[in-house]
Design a protein around this ligand. Structure first.
Ligand code: SAM
Length: 370
């Protein structure tokens, strides 16, 4: 049994917790920053393949107490690094320290790196080199109140990099954030959904993939764990079998998912991305102002343009708010990159959740229009 940790973007932890429970992971616990769960190795691989909301999946390889550089070195040396790391592999170490005697994360990372490298050199007579950007083995260390937790990152590149979005429009939304917002919007995955300002199509693509239960990781070339020394031919066969199972478990459920944007060029990009992601969407080049209130009732999930990233006409948001207020019976979830969006809606959201989108402070605003 391994203990895993699925890291989450800020304030998406409960959405991730629901997702992992629904996917059948065991010992899932709601926690700040991410969700711990347990299982054998293949459960970690399955999480990489199936989670839409996690940023990374990590496995706990050691824990202890470290109040000094010597304690830290000794704790790190207790881990059997040679299981996954050899001198031929590259290594990176990241550390976070909170409320601890060792309060400099750069120093902690350096000491951890020394302890790992020394152990490998003692074992093999040579050491792995460091690659800060794309290491084979990525180590994460959390030191909170002198309590140390040592993780290996199974994901490699963060999981939002699904592999279907080769091209994006301006200000694209991270795929795992789009997935979190969809779950938080309360969409039932059966009724129609629309993103009337879809850009590169992230929200609509994630919605359609989620509804048909197609595992997002199947579109990735590879994950970090496939580059570890312990990932042998048997592991390869096991992973292939797991992928096959997930492929055949995908459901044919295809609710109507509508993707619109006023910009025809960006819509072409969205079409290409949807094709690569294996989903069929209903595309139309149309302005949000032409959204009809007398059509079928839908869930609307969108990330409207906002001053900092995309210029809009001065009355854009007021006009958009006026259109949205007429959508009686609709559920509307907006990832708002500016307080002006909430002001323009002129009605109080049923929920308002701060969610950063990269370096931008955003709010997820959820409305039930009467
Ligand atoms: C913040 S971006 C959306 C990004 C998208 N979520 C993605 O992941 O690529 C906002 C989008 O609104 C579109 N837009 C601007 N004015 C519009 C209008 N009047 N009607 C529809 N879409 C509009 C822009 O073309 C842009 O693609």
């Amino acid at each position: 049994m391994q203990e895993f940790f699925a890291s989450a973007s800020k304030n998406t932890e409960s959405a991730l917790c629901d997702e992992l429970r629904e996917l059948g992971f065991k010992s899932v616990r709601l926690n700040r920053g991410g969700i711990p769960f347990r299982g054998d190795w293949s459960e970690g691989w399955r999480a990489c393949l199936q989670s839409r909301i996690a940023q990374r999946i990590m496995v706990l390889v050691g824990r202890g107490t470290a109040q000094s550089a010597e304690d830290l070195y000794a704790e790190i040396q207790k881990v059997e690094w040679g299981l996954q790391l050899t001198p031929k592999k590259t290594l990176s170490v990241q550390a976070v320290t909170v409320g601890s005697q060792l309060n400099h994360s750069g120093f902690v990372a350096l000491r951890v790196k020394d302890a790992i490298v020394d152990q490998i050199r003692d074992q093999w007579g040579d050491r792995p080199s460091i690659d800060k950007d794309d290491a084979d083995v990525k180590v994460f260390v959390y030191l909170a109140n002198d309590k140390l937790r040592i993780y290996l990152d199974l994901s490699g590149q963060p999981l939002h990099l699904r592999g279907y979005r080769a091209e994006s429009g301006e200000a694209p939304l991270r795929e795992n954030l789009a997935a979190a917002i969809l779950r938080m919007s309360g969409w039932d995955r059966q009724s129609p959904l629309i993103d009337p300002m879809c850009g590169s199509g992230t929200i609509a693509i994630e919605a359609a993939q989620w509804a048909q239960e197609s595992a997002p990781g199947l579109f990735r070339q590879s994950f970090g764990f496939q580059r570890w020394a312990g990932f042998d031919a048997d592991s390869e066969a096991q992973l292939r079998a797991l992928k096959g199972e997930l492929r055949s478990a995908a459901k044919g459920q295809r609710p109507s998912v509508v993707a619109r944007d006023v910009d025809g060029e960006v819509l072409q990009i969205a079409k290409g991305n949807a094709r690569k992601a294996g989903v069929r969407l209903s595309f139309k080049e149309q302005s949000v102002f032409d959204l009809q209130a007398d059509g079928p009732v839908m869930t609307l999930v969108s990330n409207p343009p906002y001053g900092k990233r995309l210029a809009t006409a001065p009355d854009f948001l007021d006009r958009m708010g006026a259109v949205f207020r007429k959508l009686h019976g609709w559920k509307i979830a907006l990832l708002a990159g500016s307080p002006a969006i909430e002001a323009a809606m002129k009605v109080k959201p049923a929920k308002k959740i701060p969610i950063p989108n990269g370096d931008l402070d955003c709010d997820l605003l959820i409305y039930e229009i009467d």
